[in-house]
Write a protein that binds this ligand. Structure first.
Ligand SMILES: [Zn+2]
Length: 95
């Protein structure tokens, strides 16, 4: 069981459409996971440590399915973007 704060952050991150490298394909899965092994971020190239909380997005590309991992820092940016977007639309509604 994940703490509520982690679940809340995961939801914020997944609400943001990520910039994936190459031509976007059909999304097969898009979820937050604890990295099963070390790897690298598809967005900034940072090293992802085993067990780091990352976004894993699998897309069907021309010949095969590809998985794109986003590191914790990129996930933080997406979470902040989601919060800012929500705040902005909230103030627009009030205006
Ligand atoms: Zn990154």
């Amino acid at each position: 069981m994940k703490p509520a704060a982690v679940i809340r952050r995961d939801r914020l991150i997944l609400a943001v459409k990520p910039a994936v490298p190459g031509t976007p394909g059909r999304v097969l899965s898009d979820k937050m996971i604890d990295a099963p092994a070390a790897g690298s971020c598809c967005s900034c190239g940072a090293t992802i440590a085993k067990a780091e909380r990352v976004r894993a997005r699998m897309e069907a590309r021309t010949r095969r399915a590809e998985t794109f991992l986003f590191c914790a820092s990129c996930c933080d940016l997406m979470a902040n973007f989601a919060i800012a977007a929500a705040t902005e639309s909230g103030s627009r509604r009030r205006a």
